[in-house]
Design a protein around this ligand. Structure first.
Ligand code: ARG
Ligand code: ZN
Length: 466
């Protein structure tokens, strides 16, 4: 969730299409049929992700020196070719690659923009399982997004705030960097003694020797690369297991501890409340990373354990927690569908308020609806934001939530909540598209909802009263 308005960078946008075209051309003709694509086919981020393979598991071994900001990394990707591959790409931006092997045999590689192009000694057959090992190091730098915000590995005064939506995973590990591809992860992260490295899933162990501590984290549930974190800082750690058996690990920067404590105390009840509404919590682990990262301006729903740039308020906690169902468990196939994440998480905030003595969802809707036709809220439709510059804009969050409220009004509470639960369960651990959501809503309610979705999701400008 965003706290601050971000700058618009027309200059960045203006130059991107040219660079992308050049890189896509450099990647060679797809017609050759044996080179993996340089992108996953996302119109907003054409070079994000790659074609020709699926990554089942990432084994990331990292060592971060918080003083020099130097990162040493080794990534072992266990993958399966989905076509014959004489060559394939990974996404990696910055950093120096020192070696690449495919199935233990040295491979040739070259860099071009965010593409790490790997040519294995022997071509991979369609369906073949293979293992890529990349050794790399350097000083990671965040990536600047089309809207002017930054994501990826963002250094802080005592470590790094690590949040990769939409592009930043590639700033710290070689990835198939698109939510279409979901994978299991192991993280082995070494940091100076006294610092804590927090990633996703469950902490398997930690060991201090020679002035350094190594943390081993494991996420077994499928996870999109942008939801991976390896946030490093001086943190106070709190661990417990909820009544429902979820393992909670909270890491909090001392400067945020007083403000964070009363909110983090609500995490088990927020997750229990959301489980009642959305169905079972999709993961085994939970928690929060409350960093002190002035200048970041947002929190991210990093899988199992959201990362906050400062102490969150209750709404933000509810929002990032709701993303565990909507966005993390049920993932996007295209960034254009981002309202499926942000509209839903925003609507969860409205529902929480409604059921906890605050404003009703209707009141939240009405307050927004009162905005004049020229307001930025109506600048573009939530399910068609037009470009990567707009994916975190108010129309996606607020008008996306308004679309859900209109759906609720149309089908009634009983069917509305059945739709939300059916959505979370039918696509659990996988993917969902806006078209699939529309069909599910129609099937579940038995109503024709074309007009409603057309108006609220796809039509530019302020919708008239029905
Ligand atoms: N998904 C996050 C949230 O709404 C926001 C991420 C914003 N990222 C960015 N690069 N501005 O919870
Ligand atoms: Zn969000």
């Amino acid at each position: 969730r965003r706290r601050t308005a971000v700058l618009r960078r027309e200059a960045v946008l203006a130059t991107v299409p040219v660079a992308v075209a050049a890189l896509l051309a450099a990647a060679g003709p797809a017609a050759a049929g044996t080179t993996g694509g340089a992108g996953a086919g996302d119109p907003y981020f054409p070079l994000a992700g790659n074609g020709g393979y699926h990554v089942g598991h990432y084994g990331l071994t990292l060592r971060y020196d918080t003083g020099t900001r130097h990162l040493d990394g080794k990534a072992v990707l266990t993958a399966r070719a989905t076509q014959k591959l004489t060559r394939f790409d990974l996404d990696l931006k910055g950093l120096k690659v020192t070696s690449v092997t495919v199935d233990r045999t040295p491979a040739t590689f070259k860099r071009g923009g965010q593409e790490l192009v790997v040519t294995p000694r022997h071509a991979l057959r369609a369906g073949q399982d293979f293992r890529v090992t990349v050794a790399y190091h350097g000083t990671p730098k965040p990536v600047t997004d089309p809207d002017g915000s930054a994501d990826g590995w963002i250094p802080t005064d005592d470590g790094a705030f690590v949040a990769g939506e939409p592009q930043g995973a590639m700033t710290w590990f070689p990835a198939n960097n698109h939510p279409k591809d979901k994978s299991a992860y192991d993280f082995t992260i070494t940091v100076p003694k006294g610092r804590t490295a927090v990633a996703n899933g469950v902490l398997l162990g930690q060991r201090t020797t020679g002035g350094r501590t190594t943390f081993h984290w494991r996420e077994t549930q499928p996870m999109a690369a942008y939801l991976a974190t390896a946030t490093v800082g001086k943190f106070k750690v709190e661990r417990y297991t909820t009544a429902g058996g979820i393992q909670v690990y909270n890491a909090v920067d001392a400067r945020e501890a007083t403000a964070a404590a009363p909110v983090l105390k609500k995490l088990p009840s927020v997750l229990a409340w959301e489980s009642k509404l959305f169905g079972p919590y999709p993961f085994r682990a939970a928690g929060a990373i409350v960093d002190h990262a002035p200048g970041v301006g947002y929190a991210l729903e990093t899988q199992t354990r959201p990362v906050y740039d400062s102490a969150p308020d209750t709404s933000t906690l509810v929002h990032e927690s709701a993303h565990q169902w909507f966005g993390d468990s049920v993932s996007l196939t295209s960034w254009k569908d981002i309202w499926l994440n942000e509209g839903f998480a925003t609507y969860a905030e409205w529902l929480y308020s409604e059921q906890h003595g605050g404003d009703s969802a209707q009141k939240s809707f009405d307050r927004l609806y009162a905005r004049p036709a020229g307001d930025g809220l109506w600048a573009y439709p939530p399910a068609d934001p037009g470009s990567g510059e707009n994916i975190f804009g108010t129309p996606v969050y607020a008008r996306g939530a308004m679309a859900l409220h209109e759906l609720r009004e149309a089908v009634g509470d009983k069917d509305f909540f059945r739709i939300l639960r059916a959505w979370a369960s039918a696509h659990r651990g996988g993917h969902g598209t806006t078209a699939q959501f529309e069909r599910l809503a129609e099937r579940t309610s038995g109503k024709q909802l074309d007009g409603l979705f057309h108006t609220w999701l796809y039509t530019q400008g302020k919708p008239g009263r029905a």
